[in-house]
Design a binder for this molecule. Sequence first.
Ligand SMILES: NC(=O)c1ccc[n+]([C@@H]2O[C@H](COP(=O)([O-])OP(=O)(O)OC[C@H]3O[C@@H](n4cnc5c(N)ncnc54)[C@H](OP(=O)(O)O)[C@@H]3O)[C@@H](O)[C@H]2O)c1
Length: 311
Amino acid sequence: MSAQLVLSDTGANFGTWEAVFRKAAPDVALVHDQPARDLSGIRYCMTWKPLPDVYTRMPDLKALFVLGAGVERFLADTTIPPQVEIVKMAEPGLTQAMEHYVLWQVLELHRDFRGLATAQREVRWIDQSYPAPWDRKVGVMGLGTLGDAVARKLQSFGFATRGWSRSAKSIDGVDVFAGGDKIAAFLDGLEILVCLLPLTPETRGILNADLFRHLAPGAGLINVGRGAQLNEADLLSALESGQLGGASLDVFHTEPLPEGHPFWRHPKILVTPHLASDVDPESAAVAIKRQIDRLETGQGLEHVADRRRGY
Ligand SMILES: NC(=O)c1ccc[n+]([C@@H]2O[C@H](COP(=O)([O-])OP(=O)(O)OC[C@H]3O[C@@H](n4cnc5c(N)ncnc54)[C@H](OP(=O)(O)O)[C@@H]3O)[C@@H](O)[C@H]2O)c1
């Protein structure tokens, strides 16, 4: 018998997802959530923007597949019963898009494309030098599904790559640091810092003046984690003083970024509208089907969010 999976999402197009599942995971029967629909008996649900009361209407819910990256909103939702497993999205489309975005921004900062664009606008033929990638110290905060892939990608492009996570791990060719007591050693003299941390009480506001002081003078910052991880005033001061040389920001405290916000027109900030990476429906369907198969065959789910850790 095929497994039933509810799509409960106010923004998703059911027909599109149904077609994707028919092609990529035909033995999963997609069920369209509607306001007040009784969904008892169904064990699986996928969502990003759930319909009202869906968790009450799914008394047999076992696994909730989050159709986006970053689960802080779901972990804070007290209407989700504690026995429901909240599953983080991990699929190749999302990961590859993030690798591309970060590589793009690292290369842009490494080769100072902003300086070159300014020179072109001013019709100036400039002499620009830059270090070899192996002399460029790049660090990735957060070595989960995305940070691990990004650190490997940067290393494969020749950058002197470091990584930082909560627990110890090993990545070929990457200098890995773990835990709060190693953060200073990780940051020391970094020239480009990438934030790919989840938003938790520990990581809120972590990108601040104290942290910037550890970086090389004129370092670049790339924030693709969450906007609330950045102290915006500290960033503006660090750019003003030259402590930081540039920032590429994809995530913000308030999204969309308000029209009058100083980041929009800042010459040293590149703003992108929270599009670094998104879920690819087809590979997401394959990943969800694989997870359902694991659960149905008693293997247990992967990428389950830890309510205690907050990610
Ligand atoms: N801008 C975008 O378009 C976009 C797209 C996708 C995701 N994101 C953001 O990227 C985040 C990361 O995604 P992911 O799938 O890679 O997450 P993940 O698999 O949950 O990995 C999180 C990583 O952060 C580390 N970490 C968590 N708290 C820490 C702390 N206090 N100190 C040090 N390290 C800590 C974890 O360490 P351990 O390995 O030791 O557990 C892990 O390596 C998401 O939560 C989301 O906010 C943004």
